[in-house]
Structure formats: structure tokens, C-alpha cells
Design a binder for this molecule. Structure first.
Ligand SMILES: [Zn+2]
Length: 123
């Protein structure tokens, strides 16, 4: 991505991040333009375009065109979205790949590990 495109992308994000307390919803760290963030859809509308609808001529994702499309939608209806680090969005996407029963058992195992690891430290 060219420098002017990165700048535009950052301006687009900066125009909505306050609607999300400027923080990743999962880890609560503040927005930082040097770290990849996404706007996660909590709910899609039936006629809405998705990220994979936006491709460059070389067939790679066209992130800037996607966010030019999405940001006005986020401004109108921020409750349908969450601001997340890209890495935390991927973490959730990976968990969500499992069928519901496996997913629930994965959550149980993760809670067991998490409890052992952090021993009640809930910061
Ligand atoms: Zn995060």
C-alpha cells in the first residue's frame, strides 16, 4: 500500500474510532495507526458488500476501497460493529471455524488453561 493510501486509511479510521472508545474491544489497547485494526461486523445486512468483494487488479484485497465503502456505514450504525486489532479478529475467526459443539468444548478447555495461567488475575 502506498504512503498516501495508508494516510487515507488512517484518516478513515480516525473518523470513527471515537465511537469505539478508540480501543480494541477484546484487549482494550488504544488505537495505533502503526498496528493493523479492523472494523468487525457484529451483524451483516443482506445487501451489504463484504471485504472479499473488493479486489485490486492483481486479485489481492483492496483494503482502501473496502473502508471507503464501509466507514460511512459505520458512521450511520456503529452498534453493528466492533473495533478490533487485526490479530484479535483473526483469533476469533479461527475459534469460530469449529462447529458449535466443538467450539463450546474449545472454550471450556481455553478457560481451564486461562484460569491456571492467570489464577484469577482479571486485568
Ligand atoms: Zn486487541
Amino acid at each position: 500500500m502506498k504512503q498516501n493510501e495508508k494516510l487515507e486509511l488512517n484518516i478513515l479510521f480516525r473518523s470513527v474510532i471515537k465511537k469505539f472508545q478508540s480501543r480494541c474491544w477484546i484487549c482494550k489497547e488504544k488505537y495505533n495507526e502503526n498496528i493493523a485494526f479492523v472494523l468487525h461486523h457484529r451483524k451483516y445486512l443482506s445487501n451489504e458488500k463484504i471485504y472479499s468483494d473488493f479486489k485490486l487488479s492483481n486479485n489481492k484485497p483492496d483494503r482502501l476501497s473496502y473502508y471507503r465503502y464501509l466507514i460511512p456505514i459505520v458512521k450511520l450504525d456503529p452498534n453493528r460493529f466492533r473495533l478490533l486489532h487485526h490479530k484479535h479478529h483473526w483469533m476469533a475467526e479461527n475459534w469460530a471455524m469449529s462447529r458449535p459443539a466443538r467450539f463450546e468444548r474449545t472454550v471450556i478447555v481455553a478457560r481451564e488453561i486461562n484460569k491456571r495461567k492467570f489464577n484469577g488475575d482479571n486485568k
